[in-house]
Design a protein around this ligand. Sequence first.
Ligand code: FES
Length: 146
Amino acid sequence: MERKEFLKTCGFGLVGLPFAASLLHSCGGIHYAVANENNGMISIAKSQFVIHPEKPDKLRNFVMVQSSRYKFPLCLYRTDKENYVASLMRCTHRGCELNVGGGIYSCPCHGSEFTNDGTMMTGPADENLKTFTTTTDAENITIHLS
Ligand code: FES
């Protein structure tokens, strides 16, 4: 490899490094919770919202949850200290999987947007997301699938 070619290759590598680091950082924001599904209910420990065990007060805004009933994940969003909303991450327009970010759900297919409680904000979708009742006790959040 010639010196000029080597410098060019290294230069692109150095330019790309911060971008790759920011991608890795943003990927770290999505957490799939460990959950127990039984008799149409999914139980998730509240501790799944803790970002780091040494800082138990620093909580995630949401966790993703897989259910055997649905092809798409559910997003369990913490709307305040004791309230959670579980929404199916399937766009009500034509069924694409939604992205989570900036406190909303957005559809990569045609641009629909939904609030974190599943309410449709921007079309072309014209229905709210499928949401599920949630209940809590001292340690767990339960999503009721039916
Ligand atoms: S499938 Fe989501 S906007 Fe069309």
